[in-house]
Design a protein. Structure first.
Length: 305
């Protein structure tokens, strides 16, 4: 009886060993079939990897929707805040710059002159502010999940677009009230909005990467946007400048955006073609350099943020 039991035990052990070998072989074959993603730090003059960014476009849509949904959650006025800021700024500008300082407004009523500039400017400043702080605000996501980090500042720069649409609807209502109608140049508005977005994203890429290393950046951004607004023809026309100074002034990318908006919507006399070209080249330079700096610093984000 004992010999039979020993035989059964031996058989059972051998069967178990065979099953273990089969499991190992099956696991090995499955591992070979499964795709392997190797994450390596970037070296040298890195590429932007736009193809990888395109694969994560659904994540981009989700992050934009999340930012839009959360922005006015548990607020009393909700989306009305998209109108309040540019509208009351327009009232202040109209009082001090229009009535008291008598700043010229290129032949159109000063309230609509300033509001037509404040609508794209508010979009730009919001996109810049949110994108510059986007990496620090998404620290939990960055340290746990792999995805192209460019998705975060891009989604933050896109999220103010619904606010822009609301403020733009108010601008159209003001144009009807003042009896001002858009020109055929209104077809260029999408390109001008894109120019504002490219500028905000380019600067936001620089500042978001710097903000990970130096948290002082978040306190500097409000000063940058405030100074930038007064260096842009929001409260005054660029027609106060003459000759080659205009082209130098247009190296500020938002100059082309603001003057383009007024030209397309209000029919201001001088077509800002050269200014828009200069602003576009400057914005493209800011975007490309910002994107490459962002990609070079990307490998340190998860460790520092």
């Amino acid at each position: 009886m004992s010999s039979v039991n020993e035989k059964d035990t031996v058989v059972s052990d051998s069967e178990i060993a065979e099953k273990e070998e089969e499991k190992k072989a099956q696991t090995t074959s499955e591992a070979k079939e499964a795709p392997v993603i190797v994450i390596e730090p970037s070296r040298g003059w890195v590429s932007l990897q736009l193809a990888e960014l395109w694969r994560y476009r659904e994540l981009l849509y989700f992050l934009v929707w999340r930012d839009v949904k959360v922005r006015y959650k548990q607020t009393v006025l909700g989306a009305a805040w998209a109108i309040i800021q540019p509208f009351f700024t327009m009232v202040v500008f109209s009082l001090f710059f229009g009535k008291l300082a008598k700043i010229p407004s290129d032949g159109v009523p000063y309230p609509i002159f300033s509001y037509a500039a404040l609508v794209p400017w508010t979009f730009f400043s919001s996109a810049l502010s949110q994108s510059s702080n986007s990496l620090v605000g998404s620290a939990n996501l960055i340290t746990k999940v792999y995805f192209p980090r460019l998705v975060i500042p891009i989604s933050s720069a896109l999220s103010p677009l619904p606010d822009f649409a609301i403020a733009f609807a108010v601008l159209l209502g003001m144009m009807l009230y003042f009896g001002t109608y858009p020109t055929v140049a209104v077809v260029f508005l999408p390109l001008l909005i894109l120019l504002a977005l490219v500028t905000a994203l380019g600067v936001g890429l620089w500042l978001s990467a710097l903000n990970v290393q130096f948290r002082d950046v978040r306190y500097i951004v409000p000063f940058i946007t405030q100074f930038w607004m007064f260096a842009t023809p929001v409260a005054y026309p660029s027609s106060l400048l003459h000759g080659h100074w205009k082209l130098i002034y247009a190296l500020n990318p938002m100059v082309g955006v603001i003057e383009g908006f007024r030209w397309a919507l209000l029919g201001t006399k001088t077509a800002p073609g050269p200014m828009i070209i200069a602003s576009s080249l400057a914005a493209l330079f800011i975007l490309v350099t910002g994107a490459y700096y962002f990609r070079r610093m990307e490998k340190t984000f998860a460790d520092v943020v």
